[in-house]
Every structure is written in C-alpha cells, then in structure tokens.
Design a protein around this ligand. Structure first.
Ligand code: FES
Length: 81
C-alpha cells in the first residue's frame, strides 16, 4: 500500500489540490492500482511558501501541480507498487 498525502489548506485548495487528487485517482484507476494506493487529505502542512507539497511514503515533493502529476506518478508512485 502506497500512501499519498495531499495538503488541503485554504491556500492549496485555491491552487490545485482538487485537480491533483482528480488526476491521481484517474491514473490509479487507469493503471488498475486503486487497491494499492491510499490518498490522505491533510490540512495545511505549514509549507505554503513551497507550493503544494505532496508526501509519498514520507518523501516530500514540493511545488506539485496538475501538470507534474503524471511524472510524479511514474517516478515516485509506480516504482513503489
Ligand atoms: S495551505 Fe497548503 S500548505 Fe498551507
């Protein structure tokens, strides 16, 4: 099980948190790995000045955006499945 934590503070919601979660869920479904992934929505992580910071199995990934999710997915998530 791979745990992906997406911050959901007000600033992140205004940025792209919803879009990031939507793209992640689509990628999980399209790759038939829904059962191996857990998405946890988290309140503000206190790193607002670093853009949206995802945490994947404890590894922080700063400045995440919808456009970067496919790359993050293949390099940081699929390699852990
Ligand atoms: S609002 Fe997103 S990290 Fe603070």
């Amino acid at each position: 099980m791979v745990k992906v934590v997406v911050p959901f503070g007000n600033g992140c919601q205004l940025c792209e948190s919803y879009g990031i979660i939507t793209v992640l869920r689509d990628l999980f479904k399209n790759n038939n790995i829904d059962g191996f992934i857990e998405i946890e929505e988290h309140h503000c992580s206190g790193k607002c000045n670093q853009g949206i910071t995802l945490r994947i199995e404890g590894e922080s990934i700063n400045n995440a955006s919808v456009n970067k999710i496919p790359d993050i997915f293949s390099k940081k998530i699929m390699t852990r499945i």
